[in-house]
Every structure is written in C-alpha cells, then in structure tokens.
Design a protein around this ligand. Structure first.
Ligand SMILES: *Cc1c(COP(=O)(O)O)cnc(C)c1O
Length: 384
C-alpha cells in the first residue's frame, strides 16, 4: 500500500486534517459486496466506527444499510444512508426508544427486562419493525477486557442462564457481537459455541445478526471461511444473516495529516505536532495502540528517532517513538494511516484544540473535496 501513497502530495491538505480516499474505500466495499454476492448475507455499516456521511452515496451502492447505537445514529442512517437501520444499545430510555421507533426497522434488546418493559410498544409496532434479542455466547476470542463483550460479568447480551426456554413472542431474531478485529476462524468458533447454547432458538429465527468485529478487508482475512460459516448456518437454520462491520468498511482508507510544530529535547528529540492523541486519535491512548506513520520505522530502526507528541497539556499525550531516514524539520508533514475508522467519530475539543478538517479525496482523479473546517463556534456550542 505504501508504494501508491508515495505519489500523493500531502502538502495540498491543510493540517491537521482527516483525508478519506474514495479509491481505498471503494476497494473495501467491493470486497464486502463480494461476500454478499456469494452468500446472500446482508451487510450494514456500523455508524459508531465510521460516520462520514459524505461517503454514503458511494457506500450505499455496496451495503444494505446501517446499524446504530443511539437515536442520533439511527436518524443519521435513515436520513443520510437509507436502506435498513438496525438499532442496539445496552439499554433504552423511554424517549430514546420512541425515537428509534421512528427511524429503525430492526431494534435489538440487551435484556429480558428491557424487552418486557417495552412489550406494549413491541406489540403495537410488530410487523413494521422487527425485534430481536442480543445473546452472549460466553465464548472469548480476545483477552483484552475493554473490547471483549464476552469478558466475565459483561453487561452485553443475555447469557444462556438468563434466556427463557422458548423464543419470546414478537422476537424475530437474535444478535451477537463478540469480536474485535478478528479473522473468520474466530467467527467459526464463536458460531459453534453459540449453537451449543442457542441452536434451538436459531431454528425459530427469521434472522441472526453476527455483529461486527470481522476484519474482512484485511489482507490476510480468510473470506472463503467466512462464506462457508454463513452458508452452513443458513442451510442448517434457514434464516437471513446480517453482518455489521464498522472497521472493515473503511479500514486503511483514511489518514490524519499533521505537521511538526516544534522539536524539543529531553534526553531524546521530541517532535510536537499540530494534532493530539488525546483529542484527534483517542484510541491511541484508550485501546491503546501504536498508529502507523508513513515512511517511518520503529525507534532505532532508521537513523533519526523522535518521540512524537501532541500539542495538548496532557503529559501522556504521546503517540509513540518513531524513526525516520531523514531528520524531521519544523513544518514537515507527518501522515498517520488508518485514521478513517473510530478516530474521526471520537474526536473531542479538550484543551480547546481545533478539530481536524475533513477532506474527501479521490486518488484516481485527484479530485479533492474539502468538506469541513471547524471554528470557534464548533468549540463553544457544546459548552455553556
Ligand atoms: C462495535 C460494534 C460493531 C462494529 O464493530 P467493528 O469492530 O467496528 O466492526 C457492530 N455491532 C455492534 C453491536 C457493535 O457494538
């Protein structure tokens, strides 16, 4: 991938900015839609991972709808994307639920008590809206608790122990989301584990939703295995299957373009950028992970090593230590890859730091659309 990116003139973008490339995005969409063509699965964009609605006219040519974690996301899905809108949250307030009834065509409950609480409205809307329950197959594929819905004491999904003997009235389907950045062998084991506990219910389902966390567009992802899992499941249970990836849709399709503001020294050279891990890529600190930077290596790999850090006041606003073949200079561009997903939706204005501009770029035609540039008004409107 890096070879193709060398030809992009990053200086044309203001900094800091998110740049999403139409060509890279469409490459992912073609992979996803090949899975639909082979298996008949329906694929929804998880808005919580990628919600750049300027790209929706492209994405909707390949995917069948969106999945939402809240009334706002559901409205975004309905108004800007169209197609299916599926909603899930750990719990719904009465007013959130009323909103979702207007925007969603699938609503999934996280507990039997939420199902029972909303039963009068479920009865009223049944037929117009398809209702489901989230199950917890209690099968772990990751050891990192912060993103493992099957970790001990997880609040996400109903465990076998708390599930009624029969599928409750008005429930059309079951939903499970247990993976994060996983290959299809993880899905295969998860489905097998779920069948042990919930196989009887799957037979009665109109649909089963396998959630997100499938890294389908990663180079080493085993798509044949995914298709086999889906096809076998459909054969055994005669149900419709949904997948709702976020990451896989815009994986490696976007960049955060930043600039070196200053270079200081404290037992090692420190480059301070016009971006911030705390405000523009919070997952670097939360998950945590080390983002990739174009033309860089691990500390010490190339001749010039720097600690790259943000401009906020947080001492820990450090992205990591990276090395380069040439020394960094003030004003140089530093390009973070794979920043379309999660980073864009999670930005904040801590310290009053300006949000990155948003560009939609087409590396084939070189067309650049500069969609957003944020101002003081964007900062102040959420304060009072
Ligand atoms: C987070 C989430 C997704 C999307 O997950 P990705 O890892 O971005 O593919 C889908 N469904 C649910 C219920 C989620 O919580």
């Amino acid at each position: 991938m890096e070879g193709d990116l060398q030809v992009i003139d990053w200086n044309i973008f203001s900094t800091p900015s998110f740049v999403v490339d139409r060509v890279l995005l469409e490459k992912n969409l073609k992979v996803l839609s090949s899975v639909r063509e082979r298996t008949g699965v329906k694929i929804l964009l998880a808005l919580k991972g990628f919600a750049m609605f300027a790209t929706f006219s492209l994405i909707r040519q390949y995917l069948q709808g969106t999945c939402a974690s809240s009334p706002f996301e559901a409205r975004l899905g309905k108004e800007e994307f169209g197609g299916d809108v599926h909603a899930f949250a750990a719990a719904y307030s009465d007013s959130d639920f009323k909103d979702l009834l207007k925007t969603s065509n699938h609503i999934v409950f996280n507990s039997m008590s939420q199902y029972e609480h909303f039963l009068p409205m479920i009865k009223e809307y049944y037929g117009k809206i398809s209702f489901g329950l989230r199950i917890n197959p209690e099968h772990r594929e990751t050891d990192v608790e912060i993103y493992d819905p099957c970790a001990p004491f997880s609040r996400l999904g109903i465990t076998k122990k708390n599930f009624p003997e029969r599928l409750p009235p008005y429930i059309d389907g079951l939903h499970m989301h247990t993976l994060c950045q996983k290959n299809s062998d993880s899905l295969e084991r998860t489905v097998a584990a779920a069948e042990k506990n919930f196989g009887n219910y799957f037979k009665e389902c109109k649909w089963v939703n396998f959630g997100g966390g499938h890294h389908i567009t990663r180079d080493d992802y085993d798509i044949d295995r995914l298709c086999n899992v889906i096809e076998n499941f459909k054969k055994r249970y005669n149900t419709e299957i949904y997948l709702e990836p976020g990451e896989a849709v815009a994986l490696n399709a976007g960049f955060l373009v930043s600039k070196v503001l200053d270079i200081t020294e404290n037992r090692m050279p420190i480059a301070i950028l016009d971006t911030s891990a705390a405000t523009h890529m919070p997952d670097v600190l939360e998950m945590p992970y080390r983002p990739y930077i174009l033309n860089s290596g691990a500390a010490g790999e190339y001749e010039y090593t720097y600690r790259l850090a943000g401009l906020s006041c947080l001492a820990g606003d450090v992205i990591g230590d990276y090395s380069f073949k040439e020394p960094l200079n003030i004003g140089d561009r530093v390009i973070f890859t794979d920043m379309a997903i999660y980073s864009m939706v999670k930005t904040n204005t801590f310290n009053g730091i300006k949000l990155p501009d948003i560009y939609y770029y087409d590396s084939e035609s070189q067309k650049i659309l500069h969609y957003k540039s944020f101002s003081y008004e964007d900062f102040i409107w959420r304060l009072s």
